[in-house]
Write a protein that binds this ligand. Structure first.
Ligand code: ARG
Length: 557
């Protein structure tokens, strides 16, 4: 609503003066509610700031929400009718509830988000966790803004490793062992294959033959591959259940097996293919290395499948933009993908939503070769720790397991999303599970605090006196609440869930400051009611912010 007033001010000035752009600031604390810096106009029109002020004054003075206007130090300071405006803002939030900040669904705006996308028969890495968490938040943010979102898990379920896996399974594998711990066992077989192939290079040839047979759809091999895939998926699904993440499709790399010929043909027809040492490539000029489309033995590659997927997705979903949530290390791959699509004459809006590494004690955390603990074990430990922490705080709590889960997962998600995504993040369980500081539990706890007050007291809008909102302690936070819709837009425009995470954190901090300085439960019913409406609105925004990040708001903890 305050954004709206700013907009009215801007158009009023633009309509009456020859200006293309006008800044309306929200000065921090006290000075004014809104302020227009006059120096830029003074300079442009060679007049004094006061003269500009005088000429603007008559146009802005009639705007309904403006209480008074003052000239101060080259600024036009605007004071708003805080009480009625606050009343409108807060009741609007409470009436719209979690719909506050939502944009009407518009089926004509479609975005495809490719996220998580782990590799079959390999463990779910911390990188995949980041992709899952960031992609899921983006999905919710776009949906909130009215977009139709197609969430795709582009499973890594095809490629050379499956030839190796099949050979290794035939030599050393056991059905029971895989049933027991599918990913660990398959990964162990893979490692074993590599070690053995160093001694016996004929194994590599066997693996290539196996892959060829697989690509020719040999029923026995296909069955084995399907089984590996099913077992892996079972583990992935339990991770998604835990995180509360869903996808619209799991069409992964293998889905494009029968769709690659067409793409290669299209590339050929457009004279984009070259043969280089037997391999088929697309030359991408000086800026980047050529992209490999087919191996010398005719085998296809990750890029070939991504090209087929891109065209298929455009045909199927008619997207306006497509986002790939994948780590920084695949920068070149997506640059090439985009470049090839341009050469083919498509002008798709392709965005690589890149992100940094996960560090433990400043070192890269990897799940490769089982050197580090399994991610699932780490998460289970987080749940354990969260359980202990909440039991300590609140021994009488019911449904403790559910709450511990929500706190632990929330902690992990917030620890990720509070950072600009391209940066590396630290993964320090003890730190992220704290109830103070920039943590998930801190925000969940703020909402729970409000919940426990509201449980005992009914909101009654008729008794409430909005004049209390004229005080800075209230109005500063009300301004913050009114920024929520703009914050969501900014998060979407930059594909940056961190914008929402930082906002929610700052709102929680504002609330806790207020809570520390101001008694909420007071005898005067008109003031009490003003407080209740105020904290209810804060809670709605906190909870909706948490939801957009993929975290759960709790009623108790
Ligand atoms: N499976 C890949 C990996 O783990 C990520 C796939 C990302 N999506 C894509 N369309 N390339 O590295």
């Amino acid at each position: 609503m305050i954004e709206h007033i700013k907009g009215t001010i801007q158009t009023t000035i633009k309509d009456n003066f020859d200006v293309s752009d006008i800044t309306v600031e929200e000065p921090k604390r006290g000075l004014a509610d809104l302020a227009i810096p006059l120096f830029p106009f003074a300079k442009q029109w060679k007049k004094s700031p006061k003269a500009i002020y005088d000429s603007f004054y008559g146009h802005l003075e009639p705007i309904a929400d403006i209480e008074s206007i003052e000239f101060s130090n080259g600024f036009m300071n605007l004071f708003l009718k805080r009480a009625p405006l606050s009343h409108r803002i807060l009741t609007d939030v409470v009436i719209r509830d979690h719909g506050y900040g939502s944009v009407e669904p518009d089926q004509s705006k479609t975005v495809v988000i490719d996220y998580s996308s782990p590799n079959i028969a390999k463990s779910f890495s911390v990188g995949h966790l980041r992709s899952t968490v960031i992609g899921n938040a983006l999905k919710k943010i776009y949906e909130k803004q009215g977009y139709r979102v197609v969430g795709i898990n582009h499973l890594g379920d095809w490629g050379t490793q499956f030839g190796k896996m099949i050979v290794a399974y035939q030599k050393w594998g056991s059905k029971e062992a895989i049933r027991r711990a599918p990913i660990e066992e398959l990964q162990a077989l893979y490692v074993k294959f590599h070690d053995a192939a160093e001694q016996d290079p004929s194994l590599d040839q066997k693996a290539r033959d196996a892959l060829l047979k697989l690509e020719e759809k040999d029923p026995d091999y296909l069955e084995l591959w399907q089984w590996f895939k099913d077992e892996s998926l079972r583990e992935f699904m339990s991770m998604y259940d835990l995180l509360g993440v869903t996808f619209d499709t799991y069409d992964g790399e293998s889905f494009y097996n029968d769709k690659m010929d067409d793409v290669v043909r299209e590339l050929g027809d457009q004279k984009l293919l070259q043969i280089d040492q037997g391999a088929t490539i697309v030359d991408l000029g000086e800026d980047m290395p050529p992209a490999l489309i087919k191996r010398s033995d005719g085998g296809t590659l990750y890029m070939t499948r991504d090209l087929a997927a891109l065209l298929y997705r455009h045909r199927t979903y008619a997207f306006d933009s497509i986002l790939y949530v994948v780590g920084n290390e695949q920068q070149l791959h997506f640059k090439q993908l985009k470049a090839i699509s341009r050469l083919m004459g498509y002008d798709f809006d392709i965005e690589h939503i890149n992100f940094g590494l996960v560090l433990i004690d400043g070192k890269k955390m990897s799940t490769r070769k089982g050197k580090n603990k399994k991610l699932r074990d780490v998460i289970d430990r987080a749940i354990d720790e969260a359980g202990k922490a909440i039991s300590g705080k609140n021994p009488e709590l019911g449904s403790k397991d559910e709450i511990a889960k929500a706190v632990a997962i929330g902690a992990i998600i917030f620890n990720d999303l509070k950072n600009e995504r391209h940066l590396d993040i630290d993964f320090d369980l003890d730190h992220m599970l704290k109830f103070e500081g920039q943590t998930g539990p801190y925000i969940q706890y703020s909402s729970v605090r409000i919940e426990s007050i509201l449980r005992e007291h009914e909101i009654d809008l008729d008794t409430m006196d909005p004049s209390f909102y004229e005080q800075d302690t209230y109005f500063e936070i009300i301004k913050q609440i009114s920024q929520f819709p703009t914050i969501i837009t900014r998060a979407r425009e930059h594909n940056a869930p961190s914008v929402i995470a930082r906002y929610v954190l700052s709102l929680a901090q504002s609330f806790n400051r207020f809570y520390g300085n101001q008694r909420i439960l007071i005898d005067d019913p008109s003031h009490l009611q003003a407080n209740l409406l105020f904290i209810k609105a804060i809670q709605i925004v906190l909870n909706e912010g948490l939801r957009l990040l993929g975290m759960k708001a709790l009623k108790e903890m």
